[in-house]
Write a protein that binds this ligand. Structure first.
Ligand code: GRF
Length: 213
């Protein structure tokens, strides 16, 4: 059974584009069913061009982060995810450049079927400025990480990583571009592994694990 994927973005959406291109191949075991954003993200046009439904939920329209998260979650439930999922359905939420910390109730509802791609080799350089931090630290290597989102910021279980060098004369833009060259195929391959069941998503929340056992 195919894996239904929602992708969450804030920016240009090149990782989204890579997932859309992969999912256009009937042999790919996942399909993108919706794309959500927290702002007028340029990447939404990739989804619209592919005829995939999009939604935008802006934090400024809500009293607080929790209320925004609940509205974001409600959109995903309408696509059969989280508390809106049928018991035997297969779904995954992918944060691919969503530049916002998801509130605790959202994480509890969707994790561990909630993953993120981050432009550093976690646990090194978490946070919103990962590439700049790696360059500023004088690192000679960085990379990207696909991980399960837990209640912290970029602290959830690591699923897959890829490395890239930082070369003399590099700046933040050249390093980020080099990272993205490996990040896109890594994300596509990781979603494939999850869809095929060769990569299992275990809950980082002990209480949920106990419920399952
Ligand atoms: C990616 O490098 C992702 O890891 C980071 O933001 C970037 C998004 O790129 N959080 P894009 O919008 O997919 O091109």
């Amino acid at each position: 059974m195919v894996l239904n994927v929602a992708v969450l973005i804030s920016g240009g959406g090149s990782n989204l584009q890579a997932l859309l291109a992969a999912a256009a191949n009937p042999d790919y075991p996942a399909r993108i069913v919706c794309v959500g954003a927290d702002r007028d993200a340029a990447g939404l046009t990739h989804a619209q061009a592919a005829g995939i439904p999009t939604f935008t939920v802006r934090p400024r329209d809500f009293a607080d982060r929790a209320a925004w998260g609940e509205a974001f979650a409600a959109q995903l439930r309408a696509f059969g995810m989280g508390n809106g999922a049928a018991p035997d359905s297969r779904w995954l939420v992918v944060s691919a450049g969503l530049m916002r910390v998801l509130p605790p109730a959202f994480v509890r509802e969707f994790s561990p079927r909630l993953i993120n791609t981050h432009p550093a080799l976690l646990p090194l350089f978490p946070g919103a400025h990962a590439v700049a931090d790696a360059v500023a630290a004088g690192a000679t290597e960085t990379g990207c990480t696909v991980h399960i989102i837990d209640s912290g910021v970029d602290t959830g279980p690591v699923l897959r990583q890829a490395r890239v060098p930082i070369l003399p004369g590099d700046d933040v833009a050249t390093v980020h571009e080099r990272i993205k060259q490996v990040e896109r195929p890594l994300l596509v391959a990781t979603v494939r592994e999850i869809a095929e069941g060769t990569l299992e998503l275990l809950s980082p929340h002990p209480a949920q694990q106990e419920k399952r056992n």
